[in-house]
Design a protein around this ligand. Structure first.
Ligand SMILES: Cc1cc2nc3c(=O)[nH]c(=O)nc-3n(C[C@H](O)[C@H](O)[C@H](O)COP(=O)(O)OP(=O)(O)OC[C@H]3O[C@@H](n4cnc5c(N)ncnc54)[C@H](O)[C@@H]3O)c2cc1C
Length: 477
């Protein structure tokens, strides 16, 4: 893969530094934060980190790199978990961080849109929208670090997809620098615009391989009058889903989040974050964190729905948050789960989606298969169950460190990964529901993508980026 990145000559490096000016670049060997992997599995490298301040500078950089056929790795917040934002096998990469392009360009309140530069941190967009009486629904545990450019480049999902859709569904317009350096600008707030191929949708989810997203027009939503959050104890993922359907009869599409957790997951997060408290005195097998936002009375309607679920014995116990602090406490259990997995030595992290009707059977079969590989493996299974998006995090047996366990069982990571992948495909699912392909899942895409898709991906890449300068080695090897 190192051949993907041609070595830049001194003249090019000097020209790039001139484009961004003093303070707009960092030497590649003194920029370790850009090479970190949130899950600690990879280490990136590069020869220069560029921090452009505006779209024209991005265009000039891309033009110069294209002339020299030198590869660029776009970088947002660095929270991607599939090594898309880092060159892992060549130190020749030019890292292009959008962090200084972090301004809100426009807030069109009547159109209910915000025009934000790519480097805006997701949480800051939330704050700006809320300060103006609206909200931006895309949200995930990495919201304090990830950027909107990265969110769009990965078509991120997160916790409110069940009601509002993925990043793609919230983006009305896009500005991007294409691989030849041309600026594509379509930041209009139009909600309908069928004028030929939609470049916006091609760029969304392209993980920096077709261009650098520099700004986007994002759809904002009204803030609901009331938000009710409940942590439910259930017997199985099937019952979690049954509960959702029952509650939906009372709340319609007010249900905005639906997160599955297991008893093991709850133990793990409270062990690694001792300030967090378990919602129930008793243990149960599974839990569902459900949030509904709607008009006044939403909380009352939720209580009625929950009472009905108790009667039909789908619901075993429930804690309804009585304050914002309690809501945050329940969400902390879910949002600290990725970090708890990492601290506990998870060595396999799946990002699977299956048809929602098959979630329960999928969890049962994958658990059985993983335990069949080694009976003492521990699975922290959780996820956005309303979207059929399940994350299996597989941990070594209790009392053994990740490093020691893998040293003793050198083939286990691959065996577990393939067991989950094969089951996913057998269930008609996806091996990457929301994280993308990056560099981590290229082989999986090649294995399961199918000839028509792979051929089309390669043709699109070759047509738009003939010199293979945009994030070479990601998605399309
Ligand atoms: C704790 C934790 C929880 C997470 N939860 C979720 C979740 O619930 N749902 C979910 O979908 N993801 C989740 N993620 C993954 C990650 O946060 C998302 O993929 C996010 O969208 C990445 O944004 P970023 O700005 O950090 O991008 P980066 O990591 O910097 O980059 C990701 C990819 O996008 C490309 N890219 C970045 N910026 C641009 C740009 N401006 N133009 C073109 N390409 C660009 C990069 O080259 C790379 O390929 C989680 C990650 C962590 C660490």
């Amino acid at each position: 893969m190192s051949s993907c990145f041609k070595q830049p000559d001194e003249q090019l490096l000097s020209d790039l530094k001139t484009i961004v000016g003093d303070g707009g670049w960092k030497p590649g060997n003194d920029a370790s934060r850009y090479y970190e992997d949130p899950r600690g599995r990879f280490e990136g490298s590069g020869c220069l980190v560029l921090l452009p301040e505006n779209t024209q500078q991005v265009s000039d950089i891309v033009k110069r790199c294209n002339e020299s056929k030198v590869g660029i790795v776009p970088y947002g917040g660095g929270t991607g978990v599939v090594a898309g934002q880092m060159s892992i096998s060549s130190a020749n990469a030019i890292v292009l961080s959008l962090e200084r392009m972090n301004q809100v360009r426009e807030l069109l309140l009547d159109d209910e849109v915000i025009v934000a530069e790519a480097g805006c941190i997701l949480e800051n967009i939330h704050e700006t929208a809320t300060n103006h009486g609206l909200m931006f629904p895309l949200s995930m545990a990495s919201k304090g670090s990830c950027s909107i450019g990265g969110n769009l480049a990965t078509n991120a999902g997160g916790i409110q997809v069940v009601r509002y859709g993925n990043a793609r569904d919230l983006c009305l317009g896009i500005e991007a620098v294409l691989p030849c350096g041309t600026i594509y600008s379509d930041l209009s707030p139009l909600r309908k615009n069928n004028t030929g191929y939609d470049l916006r949708h091609l760029l969304i989810g392209s993980e920096g391989t077709l261009g650098v997203i520099t700004a986007a027009t994002l759809a904002l939503k009204p803030i609901d009058a009331e938000t009710a959050t409940v942590y439910c104890a259930v017997s199985s993922p099937a019952d979690a889903f049954g509960l959702y359907k029952q509650v939906r009869k009372h709340l319609g599409n007010s249900i905005s989040a639906l997160e599955l957790m297991s008893q093991f997951g709850l133990e793990l997060v409270t062990e690694h974050f001792p300030a967090l408290t378990k919602p129930f005195a008793e243990n149960h097998d599974w839990y569902l964190l459900l949030e509904a936002s709607g008009p006044l009375g939403t909380g009352d309607r939720l209580e009625v729905a929950l009472a009905e679920c108790f009667e039909s014995e789908i619901l075993l116990d429930a804690v309804v948050a009585q304050s914002k602090a309690q809501q945050d406490g329940l969400w902390d259990l879910r949002e600290n789960t990725p970090e708890a997995n990492r601290s506990a030595g998870a060595f396999c992290n799946s990002d699977t989606s299956v048809p929602i009707s098959k979630v329960d059977a999928f969890i049962k079969l994958t658990t059985e298969k993983v335990k069949g590989i080694h009976p003492d493996l521990r699975l922290n299974t959780y996820g956005h169950i309303g979207d059929g998006n399940i994350h299996h995090n597989v941990l070594p047996p209790a009392g053994i460190s990740k490093a020691d366990f893998i040293a003793e069982n050198p083939n286990i990571v691959e065996a577990v990964r393939m067991a989950i992948n094969e089951t996913t495909i057998a269930f008609g699912g996806s091996i990457s529901a929301e994280h993308g392909i990056g560099r981590l899942k290229i082989q999986d895409l090649e294995l399961y993508g199918g000839e028509a898709k792979l051929k089309s991906l390669r043709s699109i890449k070759a047509a738009m980026d003939p010199n293979n300068i945009m994030n070479p080695g990601a998605i399309v090897a």
